[in-house]
Unconditional design. Structure first.
Length: 255
């Protein structure tokens, strides 16, 4: 099992798009992925057709009454198992603080329940904030994908994440493997190439070779409640996410 957290401290960079379409690419290879939506905006839950009716149907109930994660799983029409989100998840920070047992809660439950069978990946979609939920995702994961849309504010968010991960290493007692993924990349724009060079100078070999191009099909597929492979299987967006998964599997980033 590989647990992959998808996070950037900047919104609108393609976190949910990446979680959705990586999961879809895995499904096409019969890897039967699992996903946890930790973003109170619940976009991944909505797109996959499994919105939660209340906070009790989300990870919030794990914190409130130690509800087993297995009870929260919903079968999405895309073929993956999803623990959905709800706006009530935003209460977690104010209710529980950031003590070690709180930020390690998801990790402890995933390991204790053995929720995901061996060989099946788990993707965690996060909000663009360093919060209790995001820290839970970092503590639980084996690796993290940081989407960076081709603009400087998105790059700055990625730099902050790298600093946060480095600061957490003494607590985690390990280094979280990471990949920085360029999204919304438009090769006709000079700024896109400038940002790419800056990202490569900052993060070197941890930058994905695959870049996700600006693509209409990627932008419009959520409106139809579909991943890009269902919506437009021959599109550039589908090809890019298929190539991304190939790259991540070839390097054993996703096993």
């Amino acid at each position: 099992m590989t647990i992959v957290t998808i996070f950037n401290q900047k919104g609108g960079v393609g976190k949910t798009t990446t979680a959705l379409n990586l999961a879809a690419a895995l499904s096409r290879r019969e890897r039967s992925p699992f996903a946890i939506d930790l973003d109170p905006q619940a976009q991944l839950s909505t797109i996959t057709g499994v919105p939660a009716d209340s906070g009790d149907d989300t990870v919030l109930s794990l914190f409130q009454r130690n509800r087993p994660l297995r009870e929260l799983l919903r079968h999405a029409h895309s073929g993956m198992e999803v623990i959905p989100s709800h706006m009530e998840l935003s209460k977690v920070d104010s209710l529980y603080g950031k003590g070690y047992n709180v930020v390690n809660r998801l990790n402890a439950s995933l390991r204790g329940e053995k929720l995901v069978p061996e060989g099946q990946p788990l993707l965690i979609d996060c909000s663009p904030l360093i919060s209790v939920l995001t820290l839970n995702a970092i503590f639980a994961c084996h690796c993290i994908i940081v989407p960076i849309s081709a603009d400087y504010l998105s790059f700055k968010g990625a730099v902050q994440i790298a600093k946060t991960l480095n600061a957490l290493e003494p607590v985690l007692k390990r280094r979280v493997s990471r990949r920085f993924l360029l999204t919304r990349f438009d090769g006709r724009r000079r700024m896109a190439w400038d940002v790419l060079r800056t990202v490569e100078e900052q993060f070197g070999g941890e930058v994905c070779h695959t870049r996700i191009a600006e693509n209409v099909s990627l932008a419009e597929s959520p409106a139809y409640g579909k991943d890009v492979f269902d919506h437009a299987p021959n599109s550039r967006g589908a090809r890019d996410y298929d190539e991304l998964l190939e790259e991540l599997m070839a390097s054993d980033f996703i096993e």
